[in-house]
Structure formats: structure tokens, C-alpha cells
Design a protein. Sequence first.
Length: 290
Amino acid sequence: MPIANIVMLVVGTALACAYIMVGFGTAKRYDRLVAGLDYREHFFRGVYSVGFFLLDLFKAKLDSKVARERRRQISVINGELYAEYFLRLNYAQKISVGLFFVPFGFLFYPVMGSPLSVLLGFGAFGLAWWYYDMQITDEMEKRQDEIRRDLSDVISKLALLVNAGMILMEAWDRVSLTGESTLYVEMRNTVMDMRNSGKSEAAAILDFGARCMDQDIKKFSSTLVQNISKGNAELVSFLRQQSDASWTQRREYARQKGEEASSKLMLPIAGMMIGVMVMIVVPIFGSMGM
């Protein structure tokens, strides 16, 4: 057996053994951090202890610019109270699952007879890192889509109730109870902020815009605060204008999403066409060769 094959097998075996030893040796220590996770969503949760152990071993602070942005997104999705836990969970997932595949790159070197197997092992590590980051990104995009979809309805309801003579925050409270999606939940959180922490109306509405992390809502909330002091007459006019603008934006957004969906459908269609052409052309060339 070539020396290179032996070296790769030794390295791969050593890495695999180290991974298994760390996994089994730290499982009980970090069991409380993964016990409540859904097995269907966290298929590899049994090896997450490897990532948690390495984070603790190297005393990872997770305060880089990328980590801070990831924490901000997680705090929006899971709440500020659990942001630190889910941030460390995200990094533990990426490290644990990524390192799981690296030893196979070395172990399969004798089979493939090429350094490509090692590159594939590290490529799998990078893919795991990308996959767990994209989970958060996709969840944020779904959340933003849901917020933008409901914004026009919310503003229309607010305009209707304020026009009927109801004060803004009373109308806000009433509208917040008419739905269960993200935007309505954030509106209820705004009401709770005012009731529990004594936060002012203006501060609560501005915080609402910040939590939603959407430029249209931030603009709406800041302009709404500016119009509160002008009385109901000005407020009704402002809400009507915002309602018309939000419905226009909703139609434009729906059109853009439709175009994106059409573009995504082109890829599988093109793949099917290529497959059909191959099925037709290959037998023709085969018969010509005969």
C-alpha cells in the first residue's frame, strides 16, 4: 500500500476517534442544552456536544461583526432573552456537523486515490456551515415576507378605527387582536411594553419599528410618531395616505415575488429539457456509430 494511503488512513482514523471520544465524553455535560430540541429539526443533535465543547475549550466570545449580526437576527426570531443560547447553538451546529464529515475525506483517500476526497471532506464542512446560516436567513426572509404581506391590512384597519373616533393606541390594541401572524404579535408586544414598563407611546411605537426590522415599517412608525401630536384629523389623513401607499407596495411586492418564482421554475424545466435531449440524442449517435 502506498505510503500516502497509510498516512491518510492514520490521520482519518485519528480524527474520527478524537471526534467520537469528545462526543461521548461531553454528551452528559451538554445534555441540558440539547434535551429540549425537536429531533426532526435537529437530526444531528446527538453530536452538538462536540461543538459546545470546542466553543468552551477555545473560550469563543462570538463578538465578531458577523456573529453580532447573526445574534441580532436570532434575537428577532427567538427573542432577546434566548438570543445568546441560540447563537451558541448555531455555532455548535456548524462546528459539530461540519467536523463530522472531515475524517471521511481522509478515510476515502485510498478509494479515490486523489486529494479530491480530502477537499470534499472540507467542502462538506463548509456546506454545513452555510446550511445552518441559511436556516436563519430563510427564517428571517419568511418573517419579513409575512410582515410586508400584513402591513397594508393593519394600516387600513387603523385608519378605519381612528376615523371612527377611536384614539390611536386603543385602535392599535384592537387591531393587534385581529391576527396571529408576526406583525400582530409585535403590535401586542408594543401594547405590553406600554402597560408593563411604562414606556411612552412614541418610544413603544419606535421600538415596534425596530423589532420588525423592515424599512417600510420603520419609516411608518417614525412618521406615525411625528403625526401623533397633530391630533386625530391629521392622523386620519396620514393613515389613509399610508394605507394607499402600502397597498401599492403590496401589489408591487407580489409581482416581484411572482417573477422570482417564475425564474426559479426555469431551472428544473431547463434540467428536464436537457435530460430529454440527452435521452433522444444519445441513442441516435449510438445507432450512427453502429
